[in-house]
Design a binder for this molecule. Structure first.
Ligand SMILES: *Cc1c(COP(=O)(O)O)cnc(C)c1O
Length: 404
């Protein structure tokens, strides 16, 4: 077993060796530009792109002509929101999303708000879910787009996407979903789920970084999109720029692998995830699961360890590569906006750790992680006067703090 142990699969995944092998020739021998229509080099690259497009389309039950390649899901999310907002402006200026979307959605919405669009941010329930009823209630005659993520990147909660898609169809509103964390982890079908636009990223499914896709529905209804990048008219004019051929080949192979081992892989990862959770909660008190107990993607475990500050916990177990619920972006340690909007109090939000398991996680690594987490939490709690007082039955809320 090699240290440190990677348990941050929501942030990125390693490229699968099979994906890497498929990509390699496209850097050197098969280097053509897929838009060179006049020679063999171009044709070979073009047919590799066609295959990648087909494989990515299959992952979500789409047709290959509905896949637009981008530089990643951040661009896909931007293109979906801004492209629709611009194109359907005369129909309305209202968008609906949730308060716990990825920043690629939230920051794009903030940008649109500066451009005279209005955005409704739905609040999730305590498990991190957005209900179809909440979406229905927020739709107005001016609504042009609903964007709700398929699965959350912090707590792993899966949204009722098919029900939300149905509401949007009934009300004649376009539906976009950021499916980056859902892809390869739950079955996705743009038809069955009534999805009009869907964002994907290769590096979250064992493909390379810097390549993503936006699915754009072509019929029932035909969705139109204003481009953000101009020049050359690639990708049916919606996203110009020379195609990243090796990236697309790798993305395609990654999508194929995700489908090939779908059930066994996700079952195995969920078993390891449950083993980690059980190991932790059997040995520690006052640990709380964040997110939905069952409607959760296979590799996600987000836990609050009361009385232990998340950043300190991470620093105390450097052998584990995990993420904490606090983003130490600036001088202040802000608790995660996702947990906050789910109603997790600041005290518990500050103590949260996100474990992300994936394809290459082993039982040996999980057993090591359990030992490490339990020992570190115990050590930090032994140093914590608050934990000691709580154990002695003192109600911490009754304490009169001085010095403020
Ligand atoms: C990682 C991630 C993104 C951004 O994808 P990139 O390809 O890294 O730009 C968007 N949404 C979610 C939910 C993600 O997890």
């Amino acid at each position: 077993m090699k240290l440190p142990i990677y348990l941050d699969y929501h942030a990125t995944t390693p490229v699968d060796p099979e994906v890497f092998r498929a990509m390699t020739p496209y850097f050197t021998e098969i280097f053509g530009n897929a838009s060179s229509r006049n020679h063999e080099f171009g044709w070979t690259a073009e047919s590799a792109v066609a295959q990648g497009r087909e494989q990515v389309a299959q992952l979500i039950g789409a047709s290959e002509r509905e896949i637009i390649f981008t530089s990643g899901a951040t661009e896909s999310d931007n293109l979906a929101l801004i492209g629709i907002a611009e194109m359907y402006q005369e129909r309305g200026n209202h968008l609906i999303t949730s308060s716990i979307e990825h920043k690629a959605i939230l920051d794009t919405c903030a940008y649109l708000e500066k451009k005279d669009f209005t955005v409704t941010y739905l609040q999730p329930d305590q498990t991190g879910q957005i209900s179809a009823e909440a979406v229905a209630a927020a739709i107005t005659p001016r609504t042009i787009l609903v964007s709700i993520m398929a699965a959350n990147n912090e707590v792993g909660t899966i949204n009722p996407i098919a029900a939300i898609g149905k509401v949007c169809k009934e009300r004649g509103v376009l539906f976009h979903t950021d499916a980056v964390q859902a892809a390869g982890r739950i079955p996705l079908s743009v038809e069955a789920m009534g999805i009009d636009l869907l964002s994907l990223s290769a590096h979250k499914i064992y493909g390379p970084k810097g390549i993503g896709a936006l699915y754009v529905r072509r019929r029932n209804p035909r969705v139109r999109l204003a481009p953000m990048i101009h020049g050359g008219g690639h990708e049916r004019g919606m996203r110009s720029g020379t195609l990243n051929v090796p990236g697309i080949v790798g993305f395609g192979k990654a999508a194929e692998l995700a489908l090939r081992n779908f059930e066994t892989e996700n079952k195995g990862i969920a078993l390891l995830r449950d083993r980690l959770w059980n190991g932790i909660r059997e040995q520690l008190d006052e640990v709380y699961l964040n997110g939905h107990p069952t409607e959760r993607v296979s590799g996600n475990l987000n836990v609050s360890f009361a009385y232990v500050e998340g950043e300190s916990l991470m620093m105390g177990m450097k052998e584990l590569a995990v993420s904490s619920g606090s983003a130490c972006t600036s001088a202040s340690l802000e608790p995660s906006y996702v947990l906050k909007n789910m109603g997790v109090g600041d005290d518990l939000a500050h103590t949260s750790i996100r474990f992300g398991l994936g394809r290459f996680t082993t039982a040996e690594e999980i057993d090591f992680a359990i030992k490490k987490v339990v020992a570190t939490v115990r050590r930090l709690r032994d140093l914590s006067p608050l934990y000691e007082m709580a154990k002695e039955g003192i109600d911490l809320k009754s304490i009169q703090w001085t010095g403020h």
